[in-house]
Design a protein around this ligand. Structure first.
Ligand code: NAD
Length: 323
C-alpha cells in the first residue's frame, strides 16, 4: 500500500489525540505527534495511550511544547498536509482558578500553530473547539450559526478566541481552518478528570460521588469513535476558508441517567452527595448536528447505552484486578 499524506497531530498522546493517531495509522497516513506530556493528569497515562502504536513505522513522536514548534528542526520543509490541533489544557473548572495559565498555553499554542502553518505553507488546520463556547445560550439544540455567544469560563472564552484567530488565518487564499466543537467526549482512555470517569472510579470502589446540581443538568455525550470519524472526515473536506462544525451525538442525557447507566454497567449502586452547581458550566448542552451530517457525512453510530457499556468494559479491564 502506498504511503498517504503526512498529518501533524498536536496533543496526540492525549485521550482524543491518541485515538485520532491510531485511526490515521490504520488508514495509512504518516503521522507526527507533538505532545509535551504535561501533568494536567499523569503523563504515564499518556505514554500508555500510545503503547500499541509507538513502534509503528509511519509514526514519529516529538515530545515537545507546541508553543515552541518553530524551533523543531525535524518539522521544517517536510510537506505536511494538515495539522490537527488538539493540544490544550482542557479543564473548564480549573480555568476559573488559574485563567493566566490557560492564556499562556491554549491561546499561545494556537497562535504558534497558526504561525508555523503560515511559515511552512501548510494550508489546513483542524482545531479542537468545544461545546462550552455556547455558554448557556437559550436556543437549543445549538447550531453553528448562533451568534452573541457568552462563554461561562475562561477556557471557553479562549476557545472562541482561537476560533477567531483561525478565521483570520483562513481569510488568506487557499487556507482552511475547521473548528470542530466537541461535545462531552467519552469512551476508553477518557481523561481521568472528567465526571464520567471519576464517577465510574468511585462507584466501582464503593465510594460516594459528588454530584454538582440536582442531577437534572444534561450533556450531549459523544462516543470517541464518532468524534474520530468527524476529524477524519474533516481531513477530506477541502473547501477553503473558515468552517465550524458541532461534533456531538445530537441527544441530551440528564446527569442522573448517566449515573444510572454507570450503575447498570458496573453492577453497583452509586451513593450520591449533591453539591451546588458550578457557575462556569452550562446547565445543559445539546447540539444540532445537521451541518456536520450534510457537509462531512458525519453520522454518529454509537448510542449512549452502547457507548457507556464500552467505556465500563474498558474501565473494568484496565482498572479492576478481579475481572
Ligand atoms: N474531551 C472532551 O470532552 C473535549 C470536549 C471539548 C473539547 N475538547 C478539546 O479537545 C482537545 C483534546 O482533549 P482531550 O480530552 O484529548 O485532552 P487531553 O488532555 O487528554 O489531551 C491534550 C494533550 O495535549 C497535550 N498538551 C497540552 N499542552 C501542550 C503543549 N503546550 N504542547 C504540546 N502538547 C500539549 C497534553 O499533554 C495532552 O496529551 C483539547 O483541545 C480539548 O480542549 C475536549
Amino acid at each position: 500500500m502506498s504511503k498517504k499524506l503526512k498529518i501533524l497531530v498536536t496533543g496526540g498522546a492525549g485521550f482524543i489525540g491518541s485515538h485520532a493517531v491510531e485511526k490515521l495509522l490504520t488508514l495509512n497516513y504518516q503521522v507526527i505527534i507533538i505532545d509535551n506530556f504535561d501533568d494536567f493528569y499523569s503523563p504515564a497515562i499518556k505514554h500508555k495511550n500510545l503503547e500499541n502504536i509507538i513502534d509503528h513505522p509511519n509514526l514519529q513522536l516529538i515530545a515537545h511544547d507546541v508553543r515552541d514548534i518553530h524551533n523543531i528542526k525535524a518539522l521544517e520543509n517536510i510537506n505536511i498536509h494538515s495539522i490537527i490541533h488538539l493540544a490544550a489544557i482542557p479543564g473548564v473548572r480549573k480555568s476559573g482558578i488559574d485563567p493566566k495559565q490557560f492564556i499562556n498555553i491554549n491561546i499561545e499554542s494556537n497562535n504558534a500553530v497558526i504561525a508555523f502553518a503560515q511559515s511552512q505553507n501548510i494550508n489546513k488546520i483542524i482545531f479542537a473547539s468545544s461545546s462550552s463556547v455556547y455558554g448557556d445560550h437559550p436556543s437549543q439544540p445549538w447550531h453553528e450559526e448562533l451568534d452573541n455567544l457568552h462563554p461561562l469560563s475562561p477556557y471557553a472564552r479562549y476557545k472562541l478566541e482561537c476560533e477567531h484567530t483561525g478565521e483570520t488565518f483562513a481569510s488568506t487564499a487557499n487556507n482552511q481552518f475547521i473548528s470542530l466543537r466537541f461535545f462531552s467526549v467519552y469512551g476508553p482512555r477518557m481523561r481521568p478528570d472528567l465526571a464520567m470517569y471519576r464517577f465510574a472510579e468511585k462507584i466501582a470502589n464503593d465510594q460516594p460521588i459528588e454530584v454538582y446540581g440536582n442531577g437534572s443538568s444534561y450533556r450531549d455525550y459523544t462516543y470517541i469513535d464518532d468524534i474520530i470519524a468527524g476529524i477524519i472526515a474533516s481531513i477530506h473536506y477541502d473547501k477553503h476558508g473558515f468552517d465550524i462544525f458541532n461534533l456531538a451525538h445530537g441527544e441530551n442525557i440528564p446527569l442522573i441517567n448517566m449515573i444510572s447507566a454507570l450503575e447498570k454497567s458496573l453492577d453497583k449502586k452509586a451513593r450520591c452527595k449533591f453539591l451546588p452547581k458550578f457557575e462556569e458550566e452550562s446547565a445543559g448542552t445539546w447540539a444540532d448536528i445537521q451541518k456536520a451530517k450534510n457537509t462531512l457525512s458525519y453520522h454518529p453510530k454509537t448510542d449512549f447505552a452502547s457507548g457507556i457499556k464500552a467505556f465500563c468494559r474498558w474501565y473494568k479491564q484496565t482498572h479492576l484486578s478481579n475481572v
